[in-house]
Design a protein around this ligand. Structure first.
Ligand code: NDP
Length: 284
Protein backbone atom coordinates (compact mmCIF):
# COMPACT_ATOMS: atom_id res chain seq x y z
CA UNK A 1 0.00 0.00 0.00
CA UNK A 2 1.33 3.45 -0.85
CA UNK A 3 2.57 5.66 1.99
CA UNK A 4 0.63 8.54 3.50
CA UNK A 5 1.99 11.85 2.30
CA UNK A 6 3.24 14.43 4.78
CA UNK A 7 2.04 17.47 2.88
CA UNK A 8 4.44 20.35 3.54
CA UNK A 9 2.35 22.71 1.48
CA UNK A 10 -0.75 22.24 3.65
CA UNK A 11 1.09 22.03 6.99
CA UNK A 12 3.19 25.14 6.29
CA UNK A 13 0.09 27.09 5.17
CA UNK A 14 -1.60 26.16 8.45
CA UNK A 15 1.49 27.21 10.44
CA UNK A 16 1.62 30.55 8.60
CA UNK A 17 -2.01 31.23 9.53
CA UNK A 18 -1.10 30.66 13.19
CA UNK A 19 1.92 32.98 12.84
CA UNK A 20 -0.27 35.66 11.22
CA UNK A 21 -2.64 35.45 14.22
CA UNK A 22 0.30 35.91 16.59
CA UNK A 23 1.56 38.86 14.52
CA UNK A 24 -1.88 40.49 14.72
CA UNK A 25 -1.88 40.04 18.51
CA UNK A 26 1.61 41.56 18.75
CA UNK A 27 0.56 44.51 16.58
CA UNK A 28 -2.41 45.09 18.87
CA UNK A 29 0.14 45.45 21.68
CA UNK A 30 2.20 47.92 19.61
CA UNK A 31 4.91 45.62 18.25
CA UNK A 32 5.32 44.65 14.59
CA UNK A 33 7.73 41.70 14.31
CA UNK A 34 10.60 42.59 11.99
CA UNK A 35 12.93 40.25 10.10
CA UNK A 36 16.14 41.47 8.49
CA UNK A 37 18.00 39.37 5.95
CA UNK A 38 21.57 40.22 4.98
CA UNK A 39 22.41 39.10 1.46
CA UNK A 40 26.06 39.31 0.40
CA UNK A 41 26.61 39.03 -3.36
CA UNK A 42 24.00 37.86 -5.85
CA UNK A 43 23.92 34.08 -5.84
CA UNK A 44 20.74 33.22 -7.83
CA UNK A 45 19.52 30.52 -5.39
CA UNK A 46 20.04 32.88 -2.43
CA UNK A 47 18.13 35.60 -4.28
CA UNK A 48 15.15 33.24 -4.59
CA UNK A 49 15.26 32.29 -0.90
CA UNK A 50 15.50 35.93 0.16
CA UNK A 51 12.57 36.86 -2.06
CA UNK A 52 10.49 34.05 -0.56
CA UNK A 53 11.37 35.18 2.96
CA UNK A 54 10.14 38.69 2.08
CA UNK A 55 6.95 37.20 0.66
CA UNK A 56 6.42 35.18 3.86
CA UNK A 57 6.77 38.33 5.97
CA UNK A 58 4.23 40.11 3.81
CA UNK A 59 1.75 37.21 4.04
CA UNK A 60 1.95 37.15 7.83
CA UNK A 61 2.01 40.92 8.35
CA UNK A 62 5.64 41.24 9.47
CA UNK A 63 8.12 43.93 8.63
CA UNK A 64 10.74 42.66 6.20
CA UNK A 65 14.07 44.30 5.47
CA UNK A 66 16.76 43.12 3.06
CA UNK A 67 20.28 44.46 3.46
CA UNK A 68 22.24 43.92 0.24
CA UNK A 69 26.03 43.95 0.34
CA UNK A 70 28.56 43.59 -2.49
CA UNK A 71 30.20 40.20 -3.04
CA UNK A 72 33.60 41.72 -2.16
CA UNK A 73 32.41 43.23 1.10
CA UNK A 74 34.77 42.89 4.08
CA UNK A 75 34.23 40.94 7.29
CA UNK A 76 34.33 44.24 9.21
CA UNK A 77 31.62 45.80 7.04
CA UNK A 78 29.43 42.71 7.38
CA UNK A 79 29.80 42.62 11.15
CA UNK A 80 29.14 46.37 11.40
CA UNK A 81 25.87 45.83 9.52
CA UNK A 82 24.93 43.01 11.95
CA UNK A 83 25.71 45.32 14.90
CA UNK A 84 23.39 47.99 13.50
CA UNK A 85 20.57 45.46 13.26
CA UNK A 86 21.33 44.16 16.77
CA UNK A 87 20.65 47.66 18.06
CA UNK A 88 17.60 48.34 15.89
CA UNK A 89 14.42 48.00 18.01
CA UNK A 90 12.28 47.43 14.88
CA UNK A 91 14.20 44.26 14.05
CA UNK A 92 13.52 41.12 16.10
CA UNK A 93 15.12 38.54 13.83
CA UNK A 94 18.39 38.74 11.89
CA UNK A 95 19.43 36.22 9.29
CA UNK A 96 22.64 36.13 7.28
CA UNK A 97 21.88 34.32 4.04
CA UNK A 98 24.32 31.42 3.59
CA UNK A 99 26.58 30.52 1.93
CA UNK A 100 28.71 33.64 2.24
CA UNK A 101 31.45 34.35 -0.31
CA UNK A 102 34.56 32.26 0.46
CA UNK A 103 36.67 35.14 1.86
CA UNK A 104 34.19 35.75 4.70
CA UNK A 105 34.17 33.89 8.02
CA UNK A 106 30.65 32.50 8.44
CA UNK A 107 30.85 31.42 12.08
CA UNK A 108 32.42 34.73 13.14
CA UNK A 109 29.61 36.63 11.40
CA UNK A 110 26.86 34.42 12.88
CA UNK A 111 28.37 34.87 16.34
CA UNK A 112 27.92 38.64 16.08
CA UNK A 113 24.14 38.28 15.91
CA UNK A 114 22.54 38.70 19.35
CA UNK A 115 21.46 35.17 20.37
CA UNK A 116 17.88 36.38 20.98
CA UNK A 117 17.70 37.82 17.43
CA UNK A 118 19.36 34.73 15.86
CA UNK A 119 16.19 33.36 14.23
CA UNK A 120 18.18 30.72 12.30
CA UNK A 121 19.45 29.22 15.57
CA UNK A 122 23.05 29.05 14.31
CA UNK A 123 24.69 31.15 17.08
CA UNK A 124 26.82 28.87 19.27
CA UNK A 125 24.77 29.94 22.29
CA UNK A 126 21.64 28.53 20.65
CA UNK A 127 23.51 25.44 19.42
CA UNK A 128 24.55 24.82 23.04
CA UNK A 129 21.06 25.43 24.38
CA UNK A 130 19.64 22.84 22.00
CA UNK A 131 22.34 20.33 22.95
CA UNK A 132 21.63 20.94 26.65
CA UNK A 133 17.85 20.68 26.17
CA UNK A 134 17.45 24.29 27.35
CA UNK A 135 15.08 26.81 25.78
CA UNK A 136 16.62 28.60 22.79
CA UNK A 137 16.18 29.21 19.09
CA UNK A 138 16.07 25.99 17.05
CA UNK A 139 17.18 25.88 13.37
CA UNK A 140 14.19 26.21 11.05
CA UNK A 141 14.57 23.17 8.77
CA UNK A 142 14.84 20.45 11.45
CA UNK A 143 12.25 22.25 13.60
CA UNK A 144 9.94 22.33 10.58
CA UNK A 145 10.52 18.64 9.87
CA UNK A 146 9.66 17.75 13.47
CA UNK A 147 6.55 19.95 13.28
CA UNK A 148 5.37 17.93 10.27
CA UNK A 149 5.69 14.67 12.20
CA UNK A 150 3.90 16.09 15.21
CA UNK A 151 1.11 17.65 13.20
CA UNK A 152 0.40 14.23 11.64
CA UNK A 153 0.22 12.74 15.15
CA UNK A 154 3.17 10.40 14.54
CA UNK A 155 4.30 8.79 17.79
CA UNK A 156 8.02 9.36 18.39
CA UNK A 157 8.86 8.22 21.92
CA UNK A 158 10.78 4.95 21.96
CA UNK A 159 11.14 4.84 18.16
CA UNK A 160 14.41 4.07 16.35
CA UNK A 161 15.37 7.23 14.42
CA UNK A 162 18.18 7.33 11.89
CA UNK A 163 19.42 10.66 10.54
CA UNK A 164 21.68 10.56 7.49
CA UNK A 165 23.85 13.69 7.50
CA UNK A 166 25.57 15.52 10.35
CA UNK A 167 25.69 19.14 9.22
CA UNK A 168 25.26 21.90 11.78
CA UNK A 169 22.20 23.26 10.00
CA UNK A 170 20.22 20.05 9.49
CA UNK A 171 21.64 16.68 10.58
CA UNK A 172 22.93 17.47 14.08
CA UNK A 173 19.99 19.64 15.24
CA UNK A 174 17.56 17.10 13.76
CA UNK A 175 19.21 14.36 15.80
CA UNK A 176 19.02 16.53 18.95
CA UNK A 177 15.33 17.24 18.41
CA UNK A 178 14.51 13.56 17.91
CA UNK A 179 16.49 12.71 21.04
CA UNK A 180 14.46 15.30 22.97
CA UNK A 181 11.36 13.50 21.71
CA UNK A 182 12.71 10.29 23.28
CA UNK A 183 13.67 8.54 20.05
CA UNK A 184 16.73 6.29 20.06
CA UNK A 185 18.86 8.18 17.58
CA UNK A 186 21.61 7.04 15.20
CA UNK A 187 23.46 9.63 13.12
CA UNK A 188 25.03 8.38 9.88
CA UNK A 189 27.53 10.19 7.65
CA UNK A 190 29.93 9.63 4.79
CA UNK A 191 32.24 7.42 6.87
CA UNK A 192 29.42 5.20 8.16
CA UNK A 193 29.98 1.54 7.31
CA UNK A 194 27.04 -0.57 6.10
CA UNK A 195 24.65 2.36 5.92
CA UNK A 196 21.79 0.12 4.83
CA UNK A 197 22.02 -1.96 8.02
CA UNK A 198 21.37 1.20 10.01
CA UNK A 199 18.64 2.65 7.83
CA UNK A 200 16.70 -0.61 7.73
CA UNK A 201 16.32 -0.42 11.52
CA UNK A 202 14.74 3.04 11.33
CA UNK A 203 11.13 3.68 12.29
CA UNK A 204 11.88 7.32 11.48
CA UNK A 205 14.41 7.87 8.66
CA UNK A 206 15.61 11.41 7.90
CA UNK A 207 17.83 12.03 4.89
CA UNK A 208 19.86 15.26 4.77
CA UNK A 209 22.63 14.33 2.36
CA UNK A 210 22.15 16.30 -0.85
CA UNK A 211 22.39 13.40 -3.32
CA UNK A 212 19.50 12.59 -5.66
CA UNK A 213 17.93 9.12 -5.28
CA UNK A 214 20.36 8.31 -2.48
CA UNK A 215 17.74 6.52 -0.35
CA UNK A 216 16.34 3.54 -2.21
CA UNK A 217 13.50 1.17 -1.24
CA UNK A 218 15.87 -1.59 -0.08
CA UNK A 219 17.23 0.82 2.60
CA UNK A 220 13.81 1.41 4.15
CA UNK A 221 11.98 -0.63 6.78
CA UNK A 222 8.40 -1.37 5.71
CA UNK A 223 6.03 1.14 7.32
CA UNK A 224 8.80 3.60 8.26
CA UNK A 225 8.34 7.37 8.31
CA UNK A 226 10.67 8.83 5.67
CA UNK A 227 11.59 12.52 5.86
CA UNK A 228 13.44 13.83 2.83
CA UNK A 229 15.32 17.06 3.55
CA UNK A 230 17.43 16.95 0.37
CA UNK A 231 17.03 19.56 -2.32
CA UNK A 232 18.82 18.59 -5.53
CA UNK A 233 18.51 20.21 -8.92
CA UNK A 234 18.57 17.68 -11.76
CA UNK A 235 17.81 18.67 -15.38
CA UNK A 236 16.07 21.81 -14.18
CA UNK A 237 13.87 19.88 -11.74
CA UNK A 238 14.05 19.87 -7.95
CA UNK A 239 14.19 16.39 -6.44
CA UNK A 240 15.00 15.07 -2.98
CA UNK A 241 17.46 12.48 -1.64
CA UNK A 242 14.82 9.78 -1.61
CA UNK A 243 13.74 7.72 -4.60
CA UNK A 244 10.16 8.83 -3.96
CA UNK A 245 8.38 6.58 -6.48
CA UNK A 246 9.95 3.37 -5.11
CA UNK A 247 10.08 4.30 -1.45
CA UNK A 248 6.46 5.48 -1.22
CA UNK A 249 5.39 1.89 -1.97
CA UNK A 250 7.05 0.62 1.18
CA UNK A 251 7.08 3.54 3.67
CA UNK A 252 4.21 4.32 6.06
CA UNK A 253 4.63 8.08 5.70
CA UNK A 254 6.79 10.11 3.33
CA UNK A 255 7.56 13.77 2.60
CA UNK A 256 7.59 14.69 -1.10
CA UNK A 257 10.13 17.02 -2.75
CA UNK A 258 9.08 19.62 -3.71
CA UNK A 259 6.15 20.27 -1.36
CA UNK A 260 7.68 18.73 1.76
CA UNK A 261 10.23 19.91 4.32
CA UNK A 262 11.37 22.81 2.12
CA UNK A 263 7.97 24.43 2.56
CA UNK A 264 8.34 24.27 6.34
CA UNK A 265 11.65 26.12 6.56
CA UNK A 266 10.36 29.62 5.80
CA UNK A 267 7.16 29.08 7.82
CA UNK A 268 9.34 28.13 10.80
CA UNK A 269 11.59 31.14 10.24
CA UNK A 270 8.51 33.37 10.50
CA UNK A 271 7.44 31.50 13.63
CA UNK A 272 10.91 31.97 15.18
CA UNK A 273 10.69 35.70 14.37
CA UNK A 274 7.28 35.94 16.06
CA UNK A 275 8.80 34.12 19.09
CA UNK A 276 11.62 36.70 19.18
CA UNK A 277 9.16 39.61 19.09
CA UNK A 278 7.07 38.01 21.85
CA UNK A 279 10.18 37.60 23.99
CA UNK A 280 10.99 41.31 23.55
CA UNK A 281 7.52 42.29 24.68
CA UNK A 282 7.61 39.93 27.65
CA UNK A 283 11.00 41.34 28.71
CA UNK A 284 9.56 44.85 28.65
P1 NDP B 1 25.98 19.13 3.93
O1 NDP B 1 26.66 18.92 2.62
O2 NDP B 1 26.50 20.11 4.90
O3 NDP B 1 25.89 17.72 4.69
C1 NDP B 1 25.66 16.53 4.01
C2 NDP B 1 25.82 15.39 4.97
O4 NDP B 1 25.62 14.17 4.24
C3 NDP B 1 27.22 15.30 5.59
O5 NDP B 1 27.13 15.09 6.97
C4 NDP B 1 27.85 14.10 4.89
O6 NDP B 1 28.76 13.35 5.70
C5 NDP B 1 26.63 13.24 4.57
N1 NDP B 1 26.91 12.34 3.47
C6 NDP B 1 27.44 12.65 2.27
N2 NDP B 1 27.60 11.52 1.55
C7 NDP B 1 27.16 10.50 2.31
C8 NDP B 1 27.08 9.10 2.12
N3 NDP B 1 27.50 8.51 0.99
N4 NDP B 1 26.57 8.33 3.11
C9 NDP B 1 26.15 8.92 4.27
N5 NDP B 1 26.20 10.23 4.51
C10 NDP B 1 26.71 11.02 3.53
O7 NDP B 1 24.47 19.43 3.57
P2 NDP B 1 23.28 20.12 4.41
O8 NDP B 1 23.06 19.40 5.68
O9 NDP B 1 23.46 21.57 4.43
O10 NDP B 1 22.07 19.82 3.43
C11 NDP B 1 21.66 18.51 3.13
C12 NDP B 1 20.59 18.56 2.06
O11 NDP B 1 19.47 19.24 2.59
C13 NDP B 1 20.98 19.34 0.80
O12 NDP B 1 20.36 18.74 -0.31
C14 NDP B 1 20.40 20.71 1.03
O13 NDP B 1 20.11 21.39 -0.16
C15 NDP B 1 19.14 20.35 1.76
N6 NDP B 1 18.61 21.41 2.62
C16 NDP B 1 17.28 21.61 2.57
C17 NDP B 1 16.70 22.57 3.34
C18 NDP B 1 15.23 22.72 3.27
O14 NDP B 1 14.72 23.79 3.56
N7 NDP B 1 14.49 21.66 2.94
C19 NDP B 1 17.48 23.47 4.18
C20 NDP B 1 18.89 23.11 4.26
C21 NDP B 1 19.42 22.12 3.47
P3 NDP B 1 30.17 13.97 6.23
O15 NDP B 1 29.80 14.85 7.39
O16 NDP B 1 30.93 12.77 6.65
O17 NDP B 1 30.77 14.71 5.08
Amino acid sequence: MAANILDGKAISAELKVKVAERVAALKARGVTPGLAVILVGNDPASEIYVRNKGKGCEETGMLSRTVRMDADTTQEALEAEIEKLNEDPDIHGILVQLPLPKHLNEQAALSRILPEKDVDGFHLMNVGRLAAGAEGVVPCTPKGALYMLQSAGIELAGKEAVVIGRSNIVGKPMAMLLLQQNCTVTVCHSKTKNLKEHTRQADILVSAVGKPHFVTADMVKPGAVVVDVGINRVDGKVIGDVDFEQVKEIAGWITPVPGGVGRMTIAMLLSNTADAAERTLNRE
